[in-house]
Design a protein around this ligand. Structure first.
Ligand code: GDP
Ligand code: IMO
Ligand code: MG
Length: 412
């Protein structure tokens, strides 16, 4: 299919194990958007946005909320913790960010996270290193067809019938009353907006390798974080998705357990971890750090149909003398060139590296591609070559303005 130039809607997805900087990129592009919609996950996500003197971490509400006059949608593909959502609304209002039914809608078909889901996750999630937010157990109930949908939650006759005897009922009934005003048919809203050529961003949570079908199972989350999730998670046809932007970190990180072939142990890893402030935005856990892995990159491009990449945290690599890029894996004497989700194979893979020279100049104030140091450009070009897609955005710091648009044709 020919690539759509300047699409009116773009899916923004993580290319690795989450925390690629999706929040920052969505916020940057949201300036030109009308609607920002989340399609998967729940408050396991932590999307950080830095504007003016504020640093805001969003867990459930789409990153479009940071701009005035953008409509935000929480799609049916999410699991919603009502207590967390109300706290988030309260927190935003304290920060002078307005939230009302004029700028937020929640799908009546999303599923609800209840206290027993969180308890269950705390008990069994340790084996994977989950965020313990009740995500897996809530999706389990959804798949087992015993879940509670948002429209049922806000209809007291139904909610009482199912959970009236539970200890949490009174407290949650109040939450339901407060949330009712936001609940609606978000598939209709989405299709309407798309059909009227509104500029829409589909904001992914987590990342390709945390996708329940295409990730490093069982070390994954319980939803589809890849571009396919846009359709099921918002109720729109694949024919309507016009563009896909992959968010990719200049090096790799992972929170939680599971194989990580390019993981760096020792001083360089610690340096990147420290400069990159690699601590989870949701749980505060230290993120594991690794070199750029072109196999993962190519895989994410294929699974999501990525048109172009937003490469984040390039600034963090400044002063790293030698930069490694993994171009193949060695597995039991043979060479593998494509990523695999077979854990038995992946956990026995050793990276084969190419080495590039680093750069020393501070790039956090650079705003045009041309002004980047030559070695930084070489690093970016090599990534483009290996992944076979262009880099459209280079991020050189956490703040909104620390963003370089390298090519415009795949963006709004
Ligand atoms: P998300 O879950 O994909 O939205 O990413 P997180 O917000 O969990 O983690 C990304 C972290 O990196 C946040 O603390 C961001 O403020 C920060 N960040 C994003 N882009 C950049 C960048 O280009 N440079 C630096 N130094 N930090 C960045
Ligand atoms: P954002 O949207 C990074 C990881 C957890 C764990 C696994 C399963 O901020 O990129 P879960 O609680 O979902 O059942 O945990 O998935 N995980 C994330 N890691 N960023 C996230 O979201 C994540 N959401 C879940 O650490 O390994
Ligand atoms: Mg995050």
């Amino acid at each position: 299919m020919p690539k759509q130039i300047n699409p009116s809607n773009i899916a923004i997805v993580g290319m690795e194990w989450g925390d690629e900087g999706k929040g920052k990129i969505v916020d940057f592009l949201a300036e030109k958007a009308d609607v920002v919609a989340r399609f998967n996950g729940g408050n396991n996500a932590g999307h950080t946005i830095e504007v003016d003197d504020k640093k805001i971490v969003l867990h459930l509400i789409p990153s479009g909320v940071m701009h005035k006059n953008k409509f935000n949608v929480v799609g049916n593909g999410l699991v919603v913790d009502p207590r967390v959502l109300l706290h988030e609304i309260e927190f935003l209002e304290k920060n002078k960010i307005k939230v009302s039914p004029d700028n937020l809608a929640i799908s009546e078909n999303a599923h609800v996270i209840l206290p027993h889901h969180i308890e269950e996750d705390k008990k069994v999630g340790g084996a994977i290193g989950t965020t313990a937010r009740g995500i897996g157990p809530a999706y389990t109930d959804k798949a087992a067809r015993i879940g509670l949908k948002v429209y049922e939650f806000v209809d007291d006759a139904i909610f009482r019938k199912r959970f009236g005897e539970e200890e949490f009922y009174q407290e949650y009934k109040e939450y339901a009353n407060e949330l009712k005003q936001y609940v609606g048919d978000t598939s209709a809203i989405m299709n309407n907006s798309i059909d009227r050529n509104k500029k829409v961003i589909f904001e992914g949570a987590q990342g390709t390798l945390l996708d329940i079908d295409h990730g490093t199972y069982p070390f994954v989350t319980s939803s589809n974080a890849t571009a396919g999730g846009v359709c099921t998670g918002l109720g729109i046809s694949p024919k309507k998705v016009q563009g896909v932007l992959g968010v990719c970190k200049a090096y790799k990180t992972r929170v939680g357990l599971g194989p990580f072939p390019t993981e760096i142990t020792g001083a360089v890893g610690e340096k990147i971890q420290k400069i990159g402030k690699e601590f989870g935005a949701t749980t505060g856990r230290q993120r594991r750090v690794g070199w750029f892995d072109a196999l993962i990159g190519k895989y994410a491009v294929m699974i999501n149909g990525i048109d172009s990449i937003a490469l984040t945290k390039l600034d963090v690599l400044t002063t790293v003398e030698k930069l490694k890029i993994c171009v193949a894996y060695k597995h039991k004497g043979s060479i593998i060139k494509n990523f695999t989700t077979n854990m038995k194979v992946l956990q026995n893979c050793q990276p084969v590296y190419e080495e590039l020279d680093g750069w020393w100049d501070d790039i956090t104030k650079v705003r045009t591609y041309d002004k980047l140091p030559n070695n930084a450009k070489k690093y970016l070009r090599r990534i483009e070559e290996l992944l076979g897609v262009p880099i459209s955005i280079v991020s050189v710091g956490p703040r909104r303005e620390q963003t370089i648009v390298a090519r415009n044709e795949f963006l709004f």
